[in-house]
Design a protein around this ligand. Structure first.
Ligand code: ADP
Ligand code: SF4
Length: 686
């Protein structure tokens, strides 16, 4: 199919100093949990984005010196690190992209856990992380050194064949940005005080980078125009505006956004596509250089309108490029219905914050490109004569059926209810989660184009029916149910009284059964569901007490950058938050809570309880089938496996991944040897 001429503008080249981007798609730097621990998986992941049409593909932050470093990201301390980065540029160049690198020295953010150097920052104070470390005040030598290191890193980056060097003044993460922020910079020398002074280092490093490599590399500034902190923070009305007015013409491109990271990569629960536009739209008025900005853009019409309105010149993306590395190519080829839209869940962020190779809810192949050889668009054609029955059309079943269908297998997908999507369809009806429907819609759309995949709704299969289907492989993807017993992280046994009629689970609430108030929500799951239950119930007019054994609401969501917004929302809804307590007894008129530290108990009056604790796989059908081995053989079924939540309840991302893996390995038993490639550290000479 040909590209719709409306989108032609997206495929115009853009000049970035001495280099030319082939189109307007710019993958901004983003963490991925691989960094220097898994350099080849990272490089191949980046290369696949170039293959998918991204004109510019950047690294994550790259530490330029051990005195301002993280423990996990890539680094370019000296020439020793060039080969790692060269592997990335080679992959990007192979597919016609420009490779960019984000040079970083972390100021207040660098714990320097590896080098043990005391971090330095504009003015001495405790570092951002909770480590018991004070940053010292940078002296003039430090500042001169930083400039020298930055210049050297730019030269080494060029040796690694980087096309774009990014001076990083964003996310409240780096020295030039810390100098700009009044709350961080109490200096009285030429780097403190006036805006011109606070922007001095930024000016110097831009100029020095241009002088060092600007003849062959584009020099980009990544700059946070607003920290959403008001007075004391960088704001678009003050530093945001003034830096652009002062330095607007110096770099070859401006990559602008909001800081800190939690204000940049906001989840869809709290912000829509394009939420940063009000903050960044002034930038182009102050520079003639191209501007790039992010906003979880997946709609080509929206992208075109941004360019036509003169808000940006290039479409920046981290998350949409993870969910669909082939987004640009799909627009170019007129295949909009094939786009896998990012749902804004931040599982990618959460897993990279865990320093695990990044996962993506929508794209199960991310991080697996090299180590398992999984390509996001291509998959090996079928190599057996199997026919496959997939039972259950949640995210696991849908992905299994889609990918098996793509391989050319004859697939039957049976779903008990009239609606496809399983938990995704249920959860997408909860406040703020509507985008999650994309997980279902992408797959249902793809399956609809496959004559070899047949979908049956309203088909709750029994074991006999499964055996009668005549398929040789069966994947049971029947999901999981929330437990009412309270068994979970805190409790190993049912909570006394949990069998009462006043005890409910998220499954009840999602089915529209809203209990009587006052309600106690016991959140021992600690991800999103407990907080959403509290939100739903509060919005339904119930008095809600939210109880959790840990010290914050939805504790795991610190990793997905949502925790602050979730807790704020519950506070604003009037939810009574009781942290550090477990629910330990339930009666018809109230509950007993136990302090997680002292064991002291208190009583709370309530009419109902919503238990957000553990889950139980819906694996009855699987066990019934697996038990009757002779019947399986007689029915010609060579293998029955569980996938998704029916195997191990968890995230939607995990269910999609398991569905995908099943399509690749047909449920082969777990091997002794890891079924993925590993990259060994090269041992140094003793
Ligand atoms: P997962 O996240 O693992 O994909 P879900 O809970 O989202 O799991 O989806 C499971 C799906 O399986 C639901 O849509 C449910 O209606 C369906 N299902 C459960 N039991 C059966 C069955 N016996 N036959 C067909 N479909 C079933
Ligand atoms: Fe988007 Fe979620 Fe995938 Fe991240 S994990 S890219 S937020 S769909």
């Amino acid at each position: 199919m040909a590209r719709d001429p409306r989108y032609d503008v997206l495929f115009e080249p853009v000049q970035i100093g001495p280099v030319t981007a082939r189109n307007r798609f710019y993958q901004v730097p983003h963490c991925n949990g691989m960094g220097r621990a898994y350099p080849t998986p990272m490089a191949v992941m980046r290369g696949i984005k170039a293959e998918g049409g991204w004109a510019v593909v950047c690294t994550e932050q790259c530490d330029i010196h051990f005195s301002g470093a993280t423990t996990r990201e890539i680094r370019l301390w000296d020439a020793q690190d060039i080969p790692t980065l060269a592997r990335m540029t080679e992959q990007v160049h192979k597919h016609g992209g420009l490779a960019g690198i984000e040079l970083t020295h972390m100021g207040y953010y660098g714990s320097n856990l590896e080098s043990r150097e005391i971090p330095f920052a504009p003015s001495g104070k405790p570092i951002h992380y909770n480590n018991p470390i004070h940053a010292r005040t940078a002296d003039k030598t430090d500042i001169r050194n930083y400039r020298r290191w930055h210049r050297k890193a730019a030269l080494n980056a060029r040796k690694a064949s980087m096309d774009i060097i990014c001076v990083y003044a964003g996310h409240d993460l780096t020295l030039p940005m810390h100098l700009l922020a009044r709350r961080h910079n109490h200096r009285t020398d030429e780097y403190g005080g006036s805006l011109e002074n606070r922007a001095r280092l930024l000016r110097e490093v831009i100029e020095e980078t241009k002088e060092a490599v600007g003849d062959t590399c584009g020099v980009v500034v990544r700059f946070a125009v607003d920290e959403l902190l008001g007075e004391g923070g960088v704001t678009m009305g003050a530093e945001g505006h003034d830096v652009l007015a002062l330095l607007g013409e110096l770099p070859d491109l401006w990559d602008v956004n909001c800081a800190a990271w939690e204000n940049d990569s906001i989840t869809a629960r709290f912000a829509d596509e394009g939420f940063q536009e009000p903050y960044i739209s002034f930038v182009k008025k102050l520079t003639t250089k191209p501007v790039v900005a992010v906003g979880r853009y997946t709609s080509p019409d929206r992208m075109v309108s941004l360019i036509r309105k003169g808000i940006v010149d290039m479409i920046g993306a981290a998350r949409p490029s993870i969910a669909d590395p082939f987004l640009p190519n799909k627009i170019e080829e007129g295949r909009l219905e094939d786009i896998r839209e990012c749902i804004g869940c931040n599982i990618c962020v959460g897993t990279s914050n865990l320093t695990a190779p990044m996962r993506c809810t929508q794209n199960p192949t991310t991080g697996e490109e090299w180590r398992r050889g999984w390509h996001p668009e291509r998959i090996a054609p079928k190599d057996t004569e199997d026919t496959v029955l997939v039972v259950g059309a949640g995210p696991a079943g849908l992905e299994a059926a889609r990918a098996l269908g793509q391989r050319g297998y004859r697939v039957t997908l049976a779903e008990a209810t009239a609606e496809l999507g399983g938990r995704v369809s249920r959860e997408a009806r909860l406040p703020g989660l509507a985008t999650w429907n994309h997980v279902r819609d992408y797959r249902v759309g793809q399956i609809a184009k496959m004559p070899n995949v047949e979908v049956f709704r309203d088909s709750r299969l029994t074991a006999d029916q499964v055996r009668d289907m005549g398929c040789s492989l069966v994947a049971i993807a029947t999901g999981a149910s929330w437990l009412a017993s309270g068994i979970g992280r805190w409790h190993g046994f049912p909570i006394p009284g949990s069998d009462g009629a006043n005890v409910h689970t998220p499954d009840d609430i999602m089915a529209g059964r809203i209990p009587e108030g006052p309600v106690v929500v016991f959140d021992d799951d600690q991800y999103y569901m407990g907080s959403i239950m509290a939100e739903v119930l509060a919005k339904a007019g119930r008095a809600v007490t939210y109880v959790t054994p840990v010290s914050t609401v939805a504790a795991w969501t610190v990793l997905t950058l949502e925790q602050g917004r979730i807790q704020k929302r519950l506070i604003e809804l009037g939810v009574d938050i009781v942290p550090s307590h477990a629910l330990t007894r339930i009666a018809s008129d109230g509950v007993e809570l136990t302090c997680a530290f002292t064991g002291r108990t208190t009583q709370r009056a309530c009419r109902s309880v919503v238990m957000v604790t553990g889950m139980a796989p819906n694996d009855g059908l699987y066990h019934e089938l697996a038990r009757a081995k002779a019947k399986l053989a007689a029915a010609g079924i060579r293998r029955v496996v569980r996938i998704g939540d029916c195997y191990g309840p968890g995230t939607i991302a995990a269910a999609v991944w398991q569905g995908h893996r099943f399509a690749r390995d047909l449920g082969a038993p777990m091997p002794d040897k890891a079924p993925f490639k590993r990259e060994n550290v090269k041992l140094a000479a003793l």
